[in-house]
Write a protein that binds this ligand. Sequence first.
Ligand code: HEC
Length: 169
Amino acid sequence: MRTLMTIKTLAKVCAQSSAGKWPAIAIAVLVIMASSHRAIAQSSDARHFSKDVYAELSKAPKKAVARRNPLAEDPDAVIAGGKLFEQHCAECHGDMADGGKKGPSLRADQVQQSTPGALFWLLTNGVVRRGMPVWSKLPEPQRWQLVSYIKSLSPAAQPSSNSDKPAHP
Ligand code: HEC
């Protein structure tokens, strides 16, 4: 928070100075401020996880990527998957799947744009060296239910009690 204060002061100084490029710099600083506010206001993943935290998903073999979710048309699968998520995943990925202390958000584009097959492959294999367990002991239908649940999530979790959210058009 102290850095934010410093940036704010800096922005003020910049804004007061009317010389040439200062206004542009001030705007840049404000944009940086706004985005860092947003990162803090949103989930915790931005603070804890590197950008390539989802890289493993892109390593799924083609055949796995192309697999279809046999439960895709089954609305109960999402509900069942939600319960499984609570039991097995929420402790790391957060109750809302928007990221927790140990696991990144599953609402991120990289996850949402992955095919059901790629997600199923990831659950089956885990990313053990990076702290994501293997779920091959869960029966296949349960893994597909989890995939259905993940796919049902909207991109951004509704912030539960955060009034600090900046207005975005
Ligand atoms: C012990 C903590 C933990 C639990 C429990 C856990 N995860 Fe993860 N998960 C992680 C971590 C850490 C990562 C990031 C791994 C990496 O760096 O690739 C991750 C990543 C993922 C990803 C993103 C794929 C990627 O490339 O890393 C998905 C999807 C995922 N988890 C789904 C689940 C589901 C579904 C469950 C419940 C069945 C679950 N996780 C349970 C810790 C956990």
